[in-house]
Design a binder for this molecule. Sequence first.
Ligand SMILES: [Zn+2]
Length: 376
Amino acid sequence: MHDLVLTPVRVPPLTKELTGSWIRRATARYGLPAQDLLRGILAGRGRVQVTGTPSTGLELFLNTPARAELTRFTGLPLDRLTGLLPSLAATHERLVDDEIARAAWYVPRQAWVAACPPCTGRACQPGRPVLVYPEAAGHVCQRHQRWLLAHAENPASIPLRTLPEVLGAHRRHLVLVRAHPWGADAVVLAAAVVWSWQVQGWQSEAIWQDRVRRVAAVMRCSPTAVMPHALLPYPETIAVARLLVDHRWQQRLREAAAGDGLRSAAGLFLQEAGRRINRPWLTDWLTARTRVSCKDVVAGDPLHQWLQRITAATGITSDGLWTVSQTAARPIEYSDRASFLTQSRPRAVYDEAKEASLTGGWEPVPSPRPGPASSP
Ligand SMILES: [Zn+2]
């Protein structure tokens, strides 16, 4: 009977679940404090030290001896466990790897979301959603048409029934990251490219304003609160990412640069990007903006930097092609983006957006995940 109670594999982890989410679900089902179960598992053969509590951090990190105890207890090999629970892949930098088992509750190191409730079935309990890492493109449930948000007690989401262009972009996003080894990195670069256009005043144009209105309506928020969210420029970001990874287009850009210089290649790219995102005015508009911009803006432009790399005589085939400089990247903080995109006070925008669970979750920013060629 004792063994039955202390067997968390009876509540199996879901794919890409936060270890902390799984431990909390496993213990809640038996009415146990998570900390008791954790100490029970880890104290199998010796001393154990647990830092923090489930209320101080959503994610649970284990050092090597603690991971060994977990595999022994569950009977699951470590590679199977790390396949389900990404945070187990490596020891957290604040945890010491020595002979005693150590565990710590910290904030997750990557973006997380509350999984789609209908898709997680009985694993999702009232007030206790399953928390998962969306990684490259797991932030949308196509089946139930939701953009999943980060809320630890409530499976918040943005309904996408009135946003078909977002669902379409996500289908193409999934194909992109499956087909291209650097697909996720191309999306991050594309987000920086679209961001560089947004901050030049693009937010006032009709297609984007219409999308802002539809998101604000379903979220019952003010338009300014939804403007900095990743959903708004998402369809354009995916369209640009697909163009960036297209080898035929890369070749055309090299030829254009070799014949008429980098400016000609940039013009060709923008013409095609404008056509794909239904903004035929994009090239002319950006050309006019560039004329009035200072040289530093052009030099820090992520598209300009990428074109320089792609047209370099030696050629770049590695991840170096997708690097985004810090100054060009889309700001990670919601309030930072709000300060560029809205006239409202960034703090007020942030507070309203946080109330609607819009400030966390998936973002097209570089993640600490290992590259496709390396193993955890
Ligand atoms: Zn679903």
